[in-house]
Design a protein around this ligand. Structure first.
Ligand code: AMP
Length: 507
């Protein structure tokens, strides 16, 4: 396994990553970081969700000189949402560095941004318009900006910012290092790269890797007039923790929001007819998990990065395969599985085949969770896990200090009595064993549980000592001081669509 240390990152950055629980670099990070550290210009073809911010951010932060108060690096973004998101991410990566990162974007008072710049910024993350504005007021000079990132370049093109981007690039030193990230590479972006980058190395995370590895995809064929009731039904069955539902038009989005609200669903809309203020409000509410369903148009959802979106639903089929990849990239974020479900009318049925060909993926017809479980391939086996589940379950019952018996409803429940000290000698136990009521039978494997511990309970890997998945239930052993938090964070949450219950195992 490649680690961040193997990529040549400094101990201070490494420490921040450890604290964030980043264990392994994502594919784009593994490829881009060494190139950027070696001083090359890089074109990264990857969308939000692949870990691209750290891919450019970490090498950038490593090269900054905290003692130099000039703006040494800029990141240009198409939207203020992305601008804020990138700033937050960079600040978390720079936690142990003495580096100031300032965000400048439209729709907020320019004065306070000017004063932040005056107080010193090593990195400026900016939307294009606001950067132009600040440059024209001489509040921002780029003569020392030796590291330039264009984030979501194709979106900047779509929004008509390319000429301004070129102007900004011309103001930066010619010896700078440039990184360009874009989900797609339309000709004007290629031309921009040719004109403003020096011998760039291209790193690509193909849609195939993104979709096949992390996202389960399905389609639902449904006549147009039955779409809304069908969606309501589907939401009941799928029980998404959080979902984004994509519509083609603003009117369609607000109509659907209303229809779902009428069904008492917890939903908000996000589209271009709303004021920036109310869009921000909705995004924040969604990110904070105060809203479960978001009905959005493509434009409004640009750059929206949310953790734990379990489902993306294409209520209207996307108008291109690229949009499809872009939309569904919002679920199945690094290391997680997500589900993407696309509605098509009978007349649009061919669209699925087209997307399958373009993206090189397979999109099957939607099945209920029960049908899915039935058709699921047998769980992956690892070397340590070759014995049959039943044997291991018996062994666990014989040797472990926990016992559990399946209840009538088939769900395992731990024995309630007879707790005893793990070591039996009165000393504090070295680990605490937790009982999880789900096992292989629910389609859960070791990696899923490790993921839940890492992402859901925010446990560092070294706090997790053992994860054993049995047929009906599992045990995980964690540092004793992490046990309570683990239970608090994970008990009652869902893993692979199934509610999981956790408690300290009793012997
Ligand atoms: P990005 O594509 O940069 O927007 O990142 C998507 C999400 O993945 C963010 O929530 C990051 O915090 C997270 N992330 C990025 N890199 C890693 C990594 N190597 N391990 C775990 N999570 C990561």
């Amino acid at each position: 396994m490649t680690t961040f240390k193997d990529l040549g990152l400094s101990p201070a950055i490494q420490q921040a990553l450890d604290e964030l629980g980043f264990v392994e670099p994502s594919p784009i990070q593994e490829e881009a970081i060494p190139e950027l550290l070696a001083g090359h210009d890089v074109i990264g073809q990857a969308q939000t969700g692949t870990g691209k911010t750290a891919a450019f951010g970490l090498p950038m932060l490593q090269y900054l000189d905290p003692d130099n108060d000039e703006v040494q690096a800029i990141v240009l973004t198409p939207t203020r949402e992305l601008c804020i998101q990138v700033t937050q991410a960079l600040r978390s990566y720079a936690e142990h560095l003495d580096i100031e990162i300032v965000a400048v974007f439209g729709g907020a008072p320019i004065r306070s941004q000017q004063s932040q710049l005056r107080s010193g910024a090593h990195v400026v993350v900016a939307t294009v318009g606001r950067m132009m504005d600040l440059m024209s007021r001489r509040s921002l000079v780029l003569t020392a900006a030796r590291f330039v990132v264009l984030d979501e370049a194709d979106e900047m093109l779509d929004l008509g910012f390319i000429e301004d981007v070129e102007k900004i690039l011309r103001m930066c030193p010619s010896g700078r290092q440039t990184a360009l990230f874009s989900a797609t590479m339309p000709p004007p972006i290629k031309k921009l790269a040719e004109g403003y980058m020096y011998d760039p190395v291209t790193v690509r995370i193909t849609p195939k890797t993104l979709t096949v590895d992390a996202i389960q995809q399905a389609f639902v064929e449904v006549p147009a007039r039955e779409k809304t009731p069908r969606l309501v039904e589907l939401l009941k069955t799928e029980e998404p923790e959080q979902a984004i539902i994509f519509c083609r038009t603003k009117i369609g989005a607000s109509r659907l929001e209303k229809a779902l609200k009428d069904k008492n669903l917890d939903v908000k809309a996000l589209h271009g007819d709303m004021s920036q203020g109310s869009r921000d409000g909705v995004m924040i509410a969604f990110k904070d998990h105060r809203v479960r369903l978001l009905v959005a148009t493509d434009i409004a959802a640009r750059g929206l990065d949310v953790e734990h979106v379990t489902h993306v639903i294409n209520f209207d089929v996307p108008n291109s395969s690229e949009t499809y990849v872009h939309r569904i990239g919002r679920t199945g974020r690094v290391g997680r599985t997500g589900r993407a479900i696309t509605f098509v009318t009978p007349a649009e049925r061919d669209e699925i085949g087209r997307i399958e060909r373009d993206v090189n993926t397979k999109i099957g017809e939607w099945e209920t969770p029960e049908e899915r479980l039935e058709h699921a391939p047998p769980p992956r086996r690892r070397e340590r896990r070759e014995r049959r589940p039943r044997e291991r379950e018996r062994e666990a019952e014989a040797t472990a200090d926990s016992e559990a018996a399946p209840s009538d409803d088939g769900e395992a429940k731990p024995e309630r009595n007879g707790a005893k000290d793990r070591d039996g000698d009165g000393k504090a136990p070295k680990t605490t064993k937790l009982f999880v009521n789900r096992g292989e039978r629910s389609g859960i494997d070791e990696e899923d549980l490790r993921w839940a511990l890492r992402e859901g309970a925010v446990l560092p890997d070294d706090a997790v000592h053992d994860v054993r998945v049995l047929h009906r239930f599992s045990f995980v052993e964690v540092d004793p001081d992490q046990a309570e938090r683990t239970v608090e964070y994970l008990d009652g949450t869902k893993l692979k669509g199934k509610e999981i219950r956790l408690e300290v195992a009793k012997s």
